[in-house]
Design a protein. Structure first.
Length: 246
């Protein structure tokens, strides 16, 4: 495990970890904050970061030919670990949201993943994986538009885990996701893992606000596959909304 840099309050763990990556920090280095003032998510979305959440960015190395699988692999490993640890069902909404799914209740977001690639210094490319988890965050701490769409581990489990305990699970999952892509058979095993934990197969999905078809699975490069009313559609980017998610 690499060095750990901790902050009570920080602009962005992701930006700080990118700085460290550019100075040659080793794999496994992580930046942890209890609160972020300018957290960011995918597609330049703001990542709301109130107290009670875990915000961590960690330096990873993954085979460049399999990088499109890394965010999904991170989510799948977290879904697997959280399901085992907290006796609830978690799954991954393509490409980077971790949902808790319960009978007769819309799925809600508990965590998110963002991966940035740092290519300098030359020859030392590294992936910076930012992971945010709502641990004890209260519903009223989220902005109004997110209060009915987000959840936290404290709402799900009888005895909420500590931030340190969740950090241990997150870091272990991140390292396993990167290592799992390496070696003979690693990519195929990762594909199977991600397909197992994918949310929404058989459900309708809208991409960038347009109804685009029914989710059928993941392609060989991690793209989301839809049945667009008889025509196969591969989604590689965009804002995806899935039926059944709050």
């Amino acid at each position: 495990m690499g060095p750990r840099e901790f902050h009570d309050r920080l602009s962005s763990t992701q930006d700080r970890a990118i700085e460290l990556a550019r100075t040659g920090a080793p794999e496994g280095t992580r930046v942890v904050a209890r609160q972020q003032t300018h957290g960011r998510g995918r597609l330049d979305h703001t990542w709301t970061s109130p107290p009670g959440g875990l915000y961590v960015s960690i330096l990873l190395r993954a085979p460049p030919e399999h990088l499109t699988w890394l965010p999904l692999a991170l989510g799948a490993r977290l879904a697997q670990e959280f399901t085992d640890q907290y006796s609830a069902r978690f799954s991954v909404k393509w490409p980077n949201d971790l949902l808790v799914t319960r009978p007769s209740v819309p799925a809600r977001k508990v965590a998110g993943v963002l991966v940035d690639r740092v290519v300098d210094p030359p020859g030392a490319a590294v992936e910076v994986a930012g992971i945010g988890v709502n641990v004890t965050t209260r519903r009223d701490q989220f902005p109004g538009e997110l209060r009915d769409r987000a959840s936290s581990l404290a709402e799900i489990v009888g005895s909420p885990p500590s931030l340190d305990a969740v950090e241990t699970v997150v870091v272990r999952s991140a390292m396993r996701a990167a290592i799992g892509l390496q070696g003979t058979g690693g990519a195929e095993a990762t594909r199977k893992l991600c397909r197992r934990w994918l949310f929404g197969v058989g459900r309708r999905a809208a991409v960038d606000g347009q109804d685009s078809g029914t989710i059928v699975g993941l392609g060989e490069e991690g793209e989301l596959l839809l049945d667009g009313d008889g025509e196969r559609v591969a989604i590689r980017a965009g804002d995806v909304r899935v039926e059944g998610v709050a």
